[in-house]
Design a binder for this molecule. Structure first.
Ligand SMILES: C[S@@+](CC[C@H](N)C(=O)[O-])C[C@H]1O[C@@H](n2cnc3c(N)ncnc32)[C@H](O)[C@@H]1O
Length: 279
């Protein structure tokens, strides 16, 4: 396998990952194709159609492929490493398809289900309440007997399990995520350390690579589209144009008042006090 640091390869994710040595990556972030059959357009969004890959597997084939990809990512991630997997709940002929059905069959420990509130629905028909959210699964590879790993620093943990981030609009790729999303994932896990290796196995327009590079890390990306890979490489070269977005996200990771200070000042600390009844 050619050098991994700061490489973006054209290829199939599963085939390419199989060539990567064990325990290579520190952190990963991705949004795979969702197997939406290329016909799930909403009232407010266009069909997602990629230029090379078809998104039209049977659901069984799709889930089997995702399990295999996720297990390759587990093998190639270092013990103690994390992977953030963006997906959503879907429906096929009225039956809900939930990502947990295949995530639970992988080698990963599912550390958290994060709600990504995009603030905008793709479909505004009333068969269901408008779906404005997607999910981000924080997956963890245990290290030694530490099944759930280290605690997050407070400045990251206080960002909560609901992430309000509008979708990306200034991008020609059909389904990019916003730069703030991989920035939050990578920065929360790696903090101020530098020089780690971040993977995105469905890199698209290179959003994860730009976040990793601007945070001072190496990246490794795969996409099946030669055109998206070409554009991702160009975007990484021009990364400084997007530095302000990364810095704005980093500035949100701060503790303005510690738990102790909140308590001393009588601010809300997470407990609902029930007023005593006057007798
Ligand atoms: C949801 S998009 C990822 C977008 C990316 N997060 C971004 O911000 O640009 C999924 C990507 O997976 C790629 N893809 C689909 N099937 C693939 C496969 N079998 N191997 C590698 N890449 C694939 C598509 O070309 C597409 O760019």
């Amino acid at each position: 396998m050619q050098k991994l640091n700061d490489s973006i390869l054209v290829g199939d994710t599963l085939t390419t990952l199989k060539k990567v040595p064990d325990n290579t990556f520190d952190v990963g972030v991705t949004s795979p194709p969702y197997n939406k059959q290329e016909n799930k357009k909403g009232w407010l969004v266009k069909n997602v159609v990629y230029d090379t890959a078809r998104d039209t597997k049977t659901e069984e084939e799709y889930q089997e492929n995702q399990i295999a990809v996720l297990n390759e990512l587990f093998r190639t991630t270092k013990a103690g490493g994390s992977f953030f997997y963006n997906h959503k709940t879907r429906w096929e002929r009225g039956v809900m398809l939930h990502p947990i059905s295949w995530l639970a069959k992988t080698d990963w420990t599912i550390r958290q289900e994060i709600i990504w509130d995009r603030g905008i629905a793709a479909n505004i028909r009333g068969w269901r309440f408008w779906q404005v959210e997607e999910r981000i699964y924080w997956l963890y590879k245990p290290k030694g007997d530490k099944k759930i790993g280290e605690e997050l620093e407070s400045r990251h943990a206080l960002l909560t399990s609901v992430w309000r981030m509008p979708p990306e609009r200034n991008n020609t790729h059909p389904a990019p995520f916003p730069l703030t999303l991989p920035t939050r994932c990578i920065y929360s896990i790696l903090g101020s350390t530098k020089g780690k290796l971040v993977v995105d196995p469905y890199l698209g327009h290179g959003t994860t690579a730009v976040a990793a590079a601007l945070l001072g890390h190496h990246f490794f990306g795969i996409d099946i589209s030669p055109q998206y890979v070409k554009e991702a490489k160009q975007r990484v070269k021009n990364k400084d144009k997007e530095r302000a977005i990364v810095e704005t996200e980093m500035a949100k990771h701060k503790v303005t008042m510690t738990f102790k200070e909140r308590k001393e000042k009588g601010k809300f600390v997470g407990k609902h006090r029930v007023a005593k009844k006057k007798t």
